[in-house]
Design a protein around this ligand. Structure first.
Ligand code: DQA
Length: 148
């Protein structure tokens, strides 16, 4: 599976991980998570494209790029999870395995967070497991990529 690339895309405010509401999102920074993802991906024989943006259109562009260059996608759309039809459309348009990830359990939070607009386009979801979810998502993605 060498040279296949897993895109790991992170949406708004995830650059603040570590200091942002740590009781909800944990104390790992996004750099910590990226490092762990790179180690895990290397074990799985995957290359990693790890990115974060606060901008919806940039996320849409990156999802499209993942569709043409990537073997699979893990996305934490942040608050765009609950609002972005543009992101749903971008995810629906690409034909690679996709996992939606949330650090927190969105079903245990405010009502407006309990609906994911983007989830219907995902093969599967991982949520509520904090930073560890990224490693679990990579395991799941590698299995899905192997199946293709
Ligand atoms: C989040 C959950 C979203 O509701 C929130 O807007 C985020 C992070 C999570 O990882 O738990 O920014 O996607």
């Amino acid at each position: 599976m060498a040279n296949k690339t897993a895109f790991i895309l992170n949406g708004p405010n995830l650059n603040l991980l570590g200091t942002r509401e740590p009781e909800i999102y944990g104390r790992d920074s996004l750099a910590d998570i990226e490092k762990a993802c790179r180690e895990k991906a290397a074990d799985l024989g995957l290359a990693v494209e790890f990115r974060q943006t606060n901008t919806e259109g940039t996320l849409v562009d990156w999802v499209q790029e993942a569709g043409s260059k990537g073997a699979g996608l893990i996305i934490n759309p942040g608050a765009y999870t609950h609002t972005s039809v543009a992101l749903l459309d971008a995810l629906s348009a690409i034909d690679i395995p996709k996992i939606e990830l949330h650090l927190s359990n969105i079903h245990a939070r405010e009502e407006f967070r309990q609906r994911s607009v983007t989830a219907p386009a995902a093969n599967g979801l991982i949520m509520g497991l904090g930073a560890a979810g990224y490693g679990l998502a990579l395991d799941a993605l590698a299995a899905l990529i192997d199946r293709v």
